[in-house]
Write a protein of this length. Sequence first.
Length: 533
Amino acid sequence: MSPTRRQFLLQVSATGVTALAARKLPASTLATQMTMPMGAAAPKVPMLHSLELTPFVDELPLPQKAVASSGKSGQHIRITMREIHVKVHRDVPPTRMWSYGDTALAPLIEARSNQPLRVEWINHLPTKHFLPVDFSLHGCGHDVPEVRACVHMHGGKNPSSEDGYPEDWYVPGKSRVQNYPFQQDATALWYHDHAMGLNRLNVYAGLVGMCLVRDAVEETLQLPTGKYELPLTLYDRNFTRDGQLLYLDSGDPEHPWVPEFYGDAILINGKIRPFVHVEPRVYRLRLLNAANSRFFALSFSEGVTGHQIGSDQGLLAAPVPMHQLNLAPAERADILVDFSQSAGKTVHLKNAALEVLQFRVAAKAEAGTSFALPKTLRPMERTPVTSATVTRQITLNEYVDKIGNSMLMLLNRKHWHEPVTETPKLNSTEIWEFLNLTEDTHPMHLHLVRFQVLDRQLFDVFAYRNDKGMHPIREPLQPEPNEMGWKDVVQCPPGMITRIIVRFEGYPGKYLYHCHVLEHEANDMMRPFEVIA
Ligand code: C2O
């Protein structure tokens, strides 16, 4: 069930970059290859080949904490979006980016379960975009300002008005205050841009940050904290030789949108292949895949194994040994890794075969390093299937032109702007079945809620397409052990029905669900849903 992505393999020859053939490749092989999305034009400017850069020369940056001030109405944070010029690698000239902070790594918001927080998001971006805006996309035409922003707290259980609806954008010079109740369990959330038709470019420019929610259950476990807990934001980018972000477009100035983006350089916390000093002891890594399209296939080298203790919406019931972690766009993983047997050595975090982060393990640890892996983490009740009152089938569709380029992707063959069709009742439980008729794995995300993955089952796509009904093939497959916790993103592999069970708790109002491949979401794999009181 390893996700596959369709793409062109590129050959770098004397004449430049040529597309060889469209093939199916496991996502795990992507990191080490030059890749380019279907339909993307060969770059006109010379590209930087990140594998030619010396790895592990930059120290891993760690996020500054966003400082809250207390006012009349509680804790308050101000975060400003701005243009910056920063070094992604020792040997690369400064790169223009957009960020929520003054480095590529946005401030870390630390919140506490049930303690509301107000964040004022200030749009201080320039009024011209520096990436190829597609004015033909819905909601992104010449009738709206070119630069718009809107912040969504991904995974947050928020009232609809505070959620960062894609159409609630605002322009440079304006700001928004959003109130987050944080009535949810400890986990890693992340905030990112969600402006209609633009967010793949705004996120690519750098508008991404992390938010850690803490609670008492987590504290009783006495997990590594302080300098022993490392938030790690992973994404891929392409750069020009002079260090500027390069987002390949289709070559059609009227419709520059491309169906996927894969960059050749892997960045962690804003640096290409950095290193970090650690002690020989247990660390807690908070991993976030903030890439536009790329799935990561992560493992540790040198015989070190990690344990996954949490996923998108918090702690798992018990630790799961981590061999190879498949992390889709927007998924998070909470990992414990033990360097105590590696004193004086180096250990690497790898994406497929490529070492992306180097841990330099000191000879000795500071005092007080003993830590035993807990046997259990948090009680986790499976939602009974019988509690669901509605089952919805949602098809994932892709439309392809004659030369094989995807033109459009839809949910239930419907566009974003068509009337709402999913109207769950507040406090009801539903089963959603994603029927994937495409050849890609789609990471499907629902706002507001957390859910559980029920199972996945192959079905006869050909029969389904030809109106011969739904014919499942073979028995359903159980979710992977690390998918047995609360999730807000689920990987939907091609040719399969992926079933989730979800209780619509919290607030009534308008929300959305979409594929978290940001290129898919923009055109037009995103639909509203409305929770009815
Ligand atoms: Cu990560 Cu609709 O969002």
